[in-house]
Structure formats: C-alpha cells, structure tokens
Ligand binder design. Sequence first.
Ligand SMILES: NC(=O)c1ccc[n+]([C@@H]2O[C@H](COP(=O)([O-])OP(=O)(O)OC[C@H]3O[C@@H](n4cnc5c(N)ncnc54)[C@H](OP(=O)(O)O)[C@@H]3O)[C@@H](O)[C@H]2O)c1
Length: 334
Amino acid sequence: MLRLLPGVDIEGIMAPLSLSSVLKSGNMKMPILGLGTWQGTNEEVEIAVDAALAAGYRHIDTANCYGNEEGIGRVLKKWFDSGKLKREDVFLVTKCNPTHFRPEHIEKSMDQSLQKLGLSYVDLYLAHNPVGFAYKEDGFVIVDGKVQPDMNTDLVANWKVMESLVDKGKAKSIGVSNFNLSQVKRILDVARIKPTNNQVELYLYLQQPELVQFCKDNDVIVCAYSPIGSPNTAFRKNIQHPMTDPVVLEIAKKHGKTAVQVLLRFLIQYGVVAIPKSSSPERLRQNADIFDFELSDEEFNRLKSLDKGPAGRLFGGTTGIFEDCVKHPEYSLL
Ligand SMILES: NC(=O)c1ccc[n+]([C@@H]2O[C@H](COP(=O)([O-])OP(=O)(O)OC[C@H]3O[C@@H](n4cnc5c(N)ncnc54)[C@H](OP(=O)(O)O)[C@@H]3O)[C@@H](O)[C@H]2O)c1
C-alpha cells in the first residue's frame, strides 16, 4: 500500500506508480514527475528536453522569464513533426512574467510565451509569484542594482484575466506559484475557474505540511520546485544540501539508489508533483528512475521528520537583487 496523505488522487492508485502517473484536479491530469528548466539556456534545454521526452517524461516546466521557451519550442516541434508525439501527449507549463503581472499585461506575457513555444495553448499557465515586478517590456526595472517591485499587484483582478485565458483557449488550466495559504484561499474564494495548481518551494527540509494539506483539501495539486534542494544556484541560502543528509544516504544505500532518487521518491509518496531540473541527459534519466522501489512506512516517517519548517527555506528572506521585493505587500516568504 502506498503511503500518501489523505485526499491524494493518483490515477491507477492500485497499480504501481510510474512515470506516466498523474495527479488530478477536476479534469486536469498532471504528470507526477516533470522536467524543470530554470537556469537552462535555450541550447541546454534543447538537449535536455529532447533527452527527457526520449526517456518518457511528458511534463515540462518553464517560465516566460527563464528565457528558454524558444529552445523548448524547437524540440517540441521536432517531436510533433516526426509524429512520435502528439501535442496532447505533452503537459507544458509556463508562467506569466512577474514584470507583466497586471491586468493589462498578463495576456501579452502569455502571447509571447505561446509564440516562443510555437504552441496554440499551454496545459497550465501559472501566476509566477504574488509579488509583481515593475513593468518593463524586456528585462527588469533595476534601481541601485535591485529589481523593483510593483507595489500595486492586485491578485484578484489578475486572476480574472488568468480566467479569460482559459476562456480564449490559450491555457487548458490555470494556477499559481509561490502563493501562501491565505493567498490561495483568496483566489479560491473568488474564482470562477479554480486554480488547479500551486507550485512552491518544497523539498526534504521545507515540506510545507499545512499548505499541502489545504491545497489537497481544495483540489489544488501542489507542485514541488527545487525538489532536490537546488544544489547549484547562487541564490540559494547556505543550508545543508539534502543529498548529503545521513538519513537520506542510509536509505539510498539500502535500496541501491542515489540520494537524489530517494529525495524525489519521498515527494512522490508525499503526494506532490516534482519537477527536478537537469541539463544532463544522464542525470535526468536517473531522476526518473524512481518507480521501481518504495519507501517503507518507517523510512517515509524518518524523512518526514527531517522537515525544518521555515528554517529550511532556500529562497526566502531574499537578499541581493531581489531585496526590494521584500517590501511588496504580498511578500510573505521571510
Ligand atoms: N515557480 C518558481 O518560482 C520556481 C522557482 C525555482 C524553480 N522552479 C522550477 O522548478 C525546477 C526545479 O528547481 P531548481 O532548478 O531550483 O532545483 P532542483 O531541481 O532541486 O535542482 C537542480 C540542480 O540539481 C542538479 N541535479 C539535477 N539532477 C541531479 C542529480 N541526479 N545529481 C546531482 N545533481 C543533480 C542540476 O544540475 P545539472 O543541470 O547540471 O544536472 C541543477 O543544478 C526549476 O528548474 C524550475 O522549472 C520554479
């Protein structure tokens, strides 16, 4: 029997989990493992997405501000033109640029993404962050080396525009990212079209149990970003890398798996979607090789107990170029 939080709906739950397992929100079906692409260049993601599709991944995560949608679009075109995959076989997620997170600019960001991706619709369109950035057509408004927030972000007004993108057929479903519990609730309270997803930082040391339970209770799938602790990014706080945690290493050894595979398997059994990023075909294949073993109750609970709460947050309490964004009224990740 799989250990999952109550309320988790995994298609084919009695069958073994696989790379084609999905979590459902209403009619929306989201593959449980996807490929992250943040910090991958167009050239890197072309190689990675091609290798990922060949390995059986069917879920790709990108964002307008990652600057790599063109590379992803080129690979998708190649696969669709060859007839090896159809559009409906791939679950493509992208996100509104925070510089465009205002009612009058959201659709522009969406249209740019669709054009770069070479698609007529995305499967899931996310509000990237409750904190909007000052509007600029390209790049960020920078003052004294710091990205400037848009202090007037109106989450509810923006959600109405997100809903219109579903009406127009540009997004099959819509969701949010980096929203805390009260922000998700605010959207749910007014939504004509409900958010299907909340993509948040979630990994071994930041398990966000209250937010996860609230989302599950409200049919919102949680997607874990930085699921292996984003080991190589400069923005990351100086917190122990979860892949060096002695408990993870011990469990990995017992199953003949890598630490990263245990970290990802833990999230799948926790009942969330995970989107590990890799630009390496070898590593992304390893990251998908997590469906031939299962964590026991005892192992799962040991990993569960390693949650550090907010102290485990990798990207909160922002310093450096995003320091001014902390002043935004919707900022809550301190
Ligand atoms: N919504 C948001 O605000 C938000 C924020 C952050 C991230 N995300 C999304 O979530 C995705 C994942 O998060 P992330 O990129 O921050 O972190 P992550 O997936 O936890 O870690 C990615 C890093 O781990 C390395 N890696 C991957 N597989 C590995 C393996 N098997 N062994 C050792 N190292 C490995 C990768 O290097 P190589 O590429 O060299 O393999 C990369 O540097 C992002 O790419 C993005 O799509 C969203």
